[in-house]
Design a protein around this ligand. Sequence first.
Ligand code: IVH
Length: 672
Amino acid sequence: MASPGKDVEKKIESLRGKIRHHEYLYYVLDQPEISDADFDKLMRQLKDLEAEHPELITADSPTQRVGGKPREGFVKVPHSSPMLSLDNTYSEDELRDWERRVHQLSGRREVDYVCELKLDGMSLALIYEDGKLLRGITRGDGNVGEDVTLNVRTVRSVPLSIPKEKLKKAGIPADFEVRGELLMPTASFKKINEERERNGLPTFANPRNFTAGTVRQLDSNVTAERRLDYFPYILLQNGRTYFDHHSKTLAALDSAGFKVNPNHKLVRSMNEVWAFIQHWEEKRDSLPYEIDGIVIKVDRTSLQDELGFTGKAPRWAIAYKYAARGGVTKLESIRWQTGRTGKLTPVAELAPIPIGGTTVRNATLHNMDEIQRLGVKIGDWVRVERGGDVIPKIVEVDNEHPRGTTEIEAPEKCSVCGTKVVRAEGEVDYRCVNANCPAKLLGTILHFASRGVMNIDGMGESLVSQLIERSLVKNVADIYDLTKDKLLGLERFADKSAQNILKEIENSKKLPLERVIYGLGIRMVGERTAQFLAEHFGSMEALENAGVEELQNVNEVGPRIAESIAEFFGNSANRKLVSRLREAGLTMSGQKKERGTKLAGKTFVLTGTLAHFSRDEAKKMIEDAGGKVSGSVSKKTDYVVAGSDAGSKLDKAKELGVEVIDEGELKKLSAH
Ligand code: IVH
């Protein structure tokens, strides 16, 4: 191939420079200067050029944040020096004791401190070589962590490369290590949890667990979608603190383009420390992420070195932990609340108690298993805690008070529509299966109208809430009975906006069968399953009338999904709904796609890097021949397809005696 001209190289470098600059403005400073569309355009140009000249792709190109190959597991990496934790204090007295020790051990009374927020995430080390991000390592046990580089690369506030001049100006050497906190902003946490709830997936308890789960995802595409953020607070060279003052570290990291948390302060006395602590205790709810206290650090590095460490924590820093905001109150009764997916959650009704500035009257008990774990009964006094934006929860029964005596019973009926609830085999949750249940309505309609489903642009929460309030929409079929007159009666609705929505609704009728199936919101039927169902049955009618046995012949449909589908169509209200959608003119048939049967009933696991196809291609080949692809090796696996660098899955296959094949053999097996 002719070597690309210098011009192309220059163009690529200039695009990368621009994109890095705009990423910094957007993700670090939160002050974008160009529109998302213009940003996407730059990215598109770069991607196109790189596609034409793949030999010019570098690991630090902004295009390389996403899309690492799924990993087998994480490699353990030793830290350059131990990643320490902090000792905690819980009162002003304890804090003053710590200050006295600092004075005694250092022989000084005038000590400067830096106060920082104690961010509630997980600590992460980033290794840079020649200004480029080389590795991201979790804390692990403090001495050895896990290499999570591919996932860390997807975090937009982590610079993938820093120009030499910029480092120089910041006074940072080309090879260095940064340590800091990886976290999930509360808004992303809520959004993703809501999305999971809508799709019938289990939700995460708090942003910290979510962050830890996310950075250890084997598929970095998942990490990329989950919008994590990174705040550094330590800079090392060869495992040692680089600058002579901590305050200089923070300033240098900031000028090198890292997202240093702005809420820190250099102070000269413990009184100022205390004022900082109190200030943020009051303000913590206004932050876009959760904090659980304040970290106080001795500013001068030489003094830090003098003070040294005890066990796993430095003597030169301390955490002041805010009290978990909670209290003890009486559990008066339980109400089973039906959520968007029909899931019933036990909500504890409490004797009102003020916690962190609000009066708490309700708390979640999650599910029946949690009730059993806590051993809680109605009439008990319970400890309730509230963190950030999260719904208060009951953490334990308070044994100082007399115990309650009324057992909490599992629900029998949906409290909103009265339909008998169902608990599937092996599941914790009870569900209302009535598609017309008003409690589920908002979520169901929003899901139906969303971009990946019927794509009715403009049908967001404010419109849907109004439609429900005025009883204009009681189920998804009612969307197709909306008229201009009905819409014009709504708030902020004029001729033009009504017309637009009606046009969007009309357009949605052309969308293919799989979208309609997905839009029905059948539990455990996501986008992919909907696609398989549409291909297998070729029409809604055939799907409606399929029995559990037949349903299980569909790719990736096992007994639980089959049950859920059959249950859905077994409900007469749901059938009526489908027939109204049919009358409204939605697409009810599609192309039946005969998948081959050569691999029917066979389960494959893919591992390692395949030389001739991407994973998706290999998967498609197997599925087209009627086989299934699973993520983990078990006795039920028929074949493991191993590429190069295959890891633990290959070992497991050998251990279980599962047949291991290469991609050539896979091709032969799946050929017609
Ligand atoms: S300094 C030797 N600063 O708290 C210094 N840690 O309980 C070690 N954390 O593992 C850490 N915000 O994950 C430091 N501003 C902050 C922090 C912070 C949160 C976490 C960190 C650490 C844990 C210790």
